[in-house]
Write a protein that binds this ligand. Structure first.
Ligand SMILES: NC(=O)c1ccc[n+]([C@@H]2O[C@H](COP(=O)([O-])OP(=O)(O)OC[C@H]3O[C@@H](n4cnc5c(N)ncnc54)[C@H](OP(=O)(O)O)[C@@H]3O)[C@@H](O)[C@H]2O)c1
Length: 288
C-alpha cells in the first residue's frame, strides 16, 4: 500500500527553501539507477539531489540508501530543482504533469524517460518547460546503458549538454530526433529482453548437451559480453564476425545452417517492427 502522500509525512522536506541541482519524480528502478550513477560518477553529491514518490516507503528506502533529500510532493521537487527528471510509468505521466502545472513551475528543464510519452504532451502541460525526452535501457542499472535523447523545441544547446552529462553517468548517450525514438525503443529499449530471450534459448540447448544451467549461464553471458565488446572495440561488422568464426564445414557453420533454415533473421526483423509499432501506438502517433 502507498504510504501517506502529504506534507505531514515523516520523510523530509528540503532544508529552508534551499534549491537542489537534480530532482527526480518517481523513485523506482530507473530513478535509482540515475541517482546512483550521478552520485558515483561525482556529477552531483547526494545532498544536491531530491526525489518524490507516491509510494512513501519506497522513497524513504531510496533516500536512506543514497542520502538524497525526500520531498513531500512532486510539486516541491520541480519548484526546488534546477533539472527535473520524470521517472514514473507512462500511465502515471498525465497525473504528474497536471500536478506540476498546478504548481506553476515555469521555464524549467524537464527530462522525461517515460516510454512513448511525446515531448509535446509535457510541453503543453507545463508552461514554457524546456523538455527533453530520453529512452534509456535496463543496462543503465550497471553503468552499461544506452540512452538516446531528443530535444523539444524550447530546449537549448546547454539543456542538451545537461542531458548528455546526466545519462553519460549510466553509459553511452546519443541525440536523435523524436521521430526516431520508436525504432530506438524497439532496438536499445526492448533489446535487452530480446537478447536475453536468445541467450536463454542457447542456455536451454547447452543444458540438453550436458552442461549445468549455472555453467551454461556463465558461458553464455560472458560470450554475449565479449562479443559486444569485440564488435565495439574493433568496429567489426557483425557479418564479418560471423564469417570469421564460421569455418567451412565446421561447428559454427552447422549451427548457422539451422538458424538460416529456421528464418530467425526474419523473425527478429519482425520482432523489432512489432516493438516499434507498439511504441508508435503508445505515443498516439499511429503507423506511417
Ligand atoms: N525499466 C526499464 O527498462 C526502462 C527502460 C526505458 C525507459 N523506462 C521508463 O522509465 C520510467 C520508470 O520506469 P521504472 O521501471 O523505473 O518504473 P518503477 O520502478 O515502477 O518506478 C516508478 C515509480 O513511480 C511511482 N509513482 C507512480 N505514480 C506516481 C506519482 N503520481 N507521483 C510520484 N511517483 C509515482 C511508482 O510508485 P508505485 O510503484 O507505488 O506505483 C514507482 O515507485 C517508465 O516511464 C518507463 O517507461 C524504463
Amino acid at each position: 500500500m502507498h504510504g501517506q502522500w502529504t506534507s505531514r509525512s515523516r520523510a523530509a522536506t528540503l532544508p529552508g527553501g534551499k534549491s537542489v541541482k537534480l530532482g527526480v519524480i518517481g523513485c523506482g528502478k530507473m530513478a535509482e539507477a540515475i541517482i546512483r550513477g550521478v552520485i558515483e560518477s561525482g556529477l552531483h553529491r547526494s545532498g544536491e539531489i531530491c526525489g518524490s514518490d507516491i509510494n512513501r516507503r519506497k522513497l524513504g528506502r531510496l533516500a536512506k540508501k543514497t542520502g538524497i533529500l525526500a520531498c513531500s510532493s512532486n510539486a516541491e521537487v520541480i519548484l526546488k530543482s534546477g533539472v527535473t527528471v520524470l521517472a514514473v510509468k507512462p500511465q502515471d505521466i498525465s497525473k504528474v504533469v497536471s500536478e506540476l502545472r498546478a504548481a506553476k513551475a515555469r521555464s524549467r528543464l524537464v527530462i522525461s524517460i517515460a516510454a512513448g510519452v511525446r515531448i509535446c504532451t509535457i510541453q503543453q502541460a507545463i508552461r514554457n518547460a524546456r523538455v527533453i525526452r530520453v529512452m534509456p535501457n535496463m543496462p543503465c542499472l550497471v553503468g552499461g546503458g544506452m540512452s538516446v535523447f531528443a530535444a523539444g523545441s524550447r530546449a537549448t544547446t546547454a539543456d542538451c549538454r545537461v542531458a548528455q552529462r546526466l545519462f553519460n553517468c549510466l553509459g553511452d548517450v546519443l541525440q536523435l530526433s523524436e521521430k526516431q525514438l520508436d525504432a530506438v525503443t524497439a532496438l536499445s529499449g526492448s533489446g535487452p529482453a530480446f537478447l536475453a530471450y536468445c541467450l536463454d534459448s542457447m542456455i536451454d540447448g547447452a543444458v540438453r548437451e550436458g552442461l549445468s544451467r549455472r555453467i551454461a549461464l556463465k558461458l553464455a553471458t560472458q560470450t554475449m559480453f565479449g562479443t559486444g565488446k569485440l564488435l565495439r572495440e574493433l568496429g567489426t561488422d557483425p557479418a564479418d564476425l560471423i564469417a570469421a568464426v564460421a569455418s567451412a564445414k565446421g561447428t559454427t557453420a552447422a549451427g548457422l545452417t539451422v538458424l538460416e533454415s529456421s528464418c530467425l533473421r526474419q523473425a527478429l526483423v519482425r520482432t523489432i517492427r512489432a516493438a516499434a509499432k507498439r511504441s508508435r501506438n503508445l505515443s498516439g502517433v499511429g503507423n506511417p
